[in-house]
Design a protein around this ligand. Sequence first.
Ligand code: ACO
Length: 334
Amino acid sequence: MNMSTNLNKSSSTILGVGSYLPSRVVDNSELSKRVETSDEWITSRTGIKERRVAEKNEATSDLAVKASQKALDDAGISPEDIDLIVVATITPDMAFPSTACLLQHKLGIPKVASFDIEAACSGFLYALDIADGMLSSGRYKCALVVGAEKLSSIMDWEDRTTCVLFGDGAGAAVISSSGEGPQLIGFNSGADGSNPKLLHQPAGGSLEPASMESLENRGHFLKMNGREIFKSAVRVMGSAARELLAENGFSNKDIDHVIPHQANARIVESLSQRLEIPLDKFFCNLDKYGNTSAASIPVAFDEARKASIFKKGELGLFVAFGAGLTWSAVLARF
Ligand code: ACO
């Protein structure tokens, strides 16, 4: 696979971060009453102990609003200061209008450019990459970047191979071309669309619109080839991170913290071995939330920051993979 993709340098500052997780906790023992599984199987294969599930009347934009309000507070700015909104999600409130537009209205942000991007679990880092590029142009000054998912809405609760893995949540960051805070240093985002069925939601789009047949075939739920995704995940995240480090004149020894996509503890362990970065430098909270796709990295980043894990001047690596396949690695100086 040719990994030479979209390496670039950045100078945006992260002014604030926030996250929101729905209050309802679904633990492994509750799931084992729904499908044939066990806490032992889920924990040993994934590291996940529990996940959050949003209420029926709680949409992705509602989760995004709560995370965004916290990010704005953390940044010490008001909604009027935002001049760009980018939301990463594969579970928008509806096909259109975008969740970003709904979020703009709900937060009372002025009529600024607002759009969604879809890069699955790499979505938040893709959105950071895009927003950073727009800030670098000088035409935008302060962006709200959000990763938000209600994955429970596309879960097949009868499929034990997927429903144990995912959860709902949202994370947000305010980034700016000026101000104090962690500096984004560089990005490496890429994709390989040669095998889309590794992880997909087959029905509901233009290829297979909703029909009685698509409902009967359970085509509106997420489908995944877990074993193949596992192998690809470790490979593409490893290559993306190594390329980014080399491009920016760093080695694996320079990394103080890794905030990986929170999919599976075994993937994180394999990545640690591949990158030769000790596991204790990887921040993980997937035991509590499972895989929240685009929300996973900003939620983990927010928790790690609140736990005062990062010291000023340390170097952080964010790295993710997702359906597409997509991948993205981002470097930040805290
Ligand atoms: N409980 C009990 N048994 C199960 C369960 C379950 N929840 N799920 C599967 N099994 C069974 C399978 O049916 C299989 O049984 P069989 O041998 O009789 O056929 C057996 O367990 C082993 O299944 P495998 O798929 O080989 O299990 P594996 O060790 O590969 O673990 C897993 C599966 C956890 C899904 C792993 O492959 C994985 O984590 N893959 C990556 C998934 C991922 O990260 N996806 C997110 C992508 S990011 C995004 O964009 C959303």
